[in-house]
Design a protein around this ligand. Sequence first.
Ligand code: UD1
Length: 351
Amino acid sequence: MKVLSIVGARPQFVKLAPIAEAFTATSHSHVIVHTGQHYDAKMSDVFFADLRIPAPDVHLGIGSGSHGVQAGSMLAALDGVLDEHRPDWVLVYGDTNSTLAGALAAVKLHLPLAHLEAGLRSFNRAMPEEHNRVLTDHAADLLLTPTQLGMDNLAREGLAERAVRVGDVMTDVCFRVRDAVRNEPPALPDGVRAGDYIVSTVHRAENTDDPDRLRAIIEALAGLDRPVVLLAHPRLVARCHEFGIKLERPDSSLHTAEPLPYPGMVAAVLHSAGVVTDSGGLQKEAYLLGRPCTTVRTETEWVETLEGGWNVLAEPDGLAAAVRRPAPTHPQGAPYGDGQAATHVVDVLTR
Ligand code: UD1
């Protein structure tokens, strides 16, 4: 069997790592295509190096652009690549523009398409990720979903027959890396002590593209009563610069730093007092690593994390109260699988 994975953005490299590893234990051929959606070394190369992912077989070098330009350029470039490789499966990941372009390219060439992390829904049609995941699910032949809720969402949309619950590949990689970094101290800005800080990321379009909302979020983070290590995504830096919002505030709780590689991020969360984010992956990592999370969004696809108060949704004006809430005591369940999702994915594709 030949499987061709299409990835392009940071969270997809994390999901690719356990899949690539599972393939190395088989005689199947696994081709990796990188669209180039994320191109900074800190957003791409370090993930391949740290997570020991084989170098991409093909790099399209597309880069940033408006949604139409970015996805359209990928689509145009993928035709020739898919035609050359003619895989048994095209495998796309998550909900980015690289996912959608890969899905469209595969179905137009009548190549079987599998979607990893299928069935997630925010039900917020203003989010670019929601269009990407709904369209990809409806185009795909095989829907590999992480959770029971994913199965239920797909069934409601008439897609149950194509859906298989495999667990969440992010559990595989998160637990593997947690065990490797458990005793390593996190790299923290000066003046920040292990156990007494909040790890934060903010990058979603709905939070970064509206100047008033972005300013309110940054002010709320700067006003928290313990140090906040804000790992700034390039999109956040670009928008703050454009809107005149200062990220360097030496007299506040805010410590802005560059994005961390994956093992560094796991170590930072493990040694933190909690997380404030709008990232899907980080909400789940906080849950898997047993740290309370506050999510700066009005909804989440990962509703299992809300149970027992491990994760709460907050608007900027409610952020401080949400972060101060008592630590959750209810034990987390295991809604995201057994850490063997990638092996299940390879088995299902083979069958
Ligand atoms: C994309 C995904 C989002 C995912 C996120 C993870 C879409 C629609 N969104 O959002 O679902 O959660 O990746 O990070 O696909 N930039 C750089 N260097 C890079 C990459 C981006 O400077 O390596 C800057 C550019 O200014 C670019 C902006 O970040 O315009 C946004 O990048 P883009 O890939 O369009 O989307 P993300 O915000 O990263």
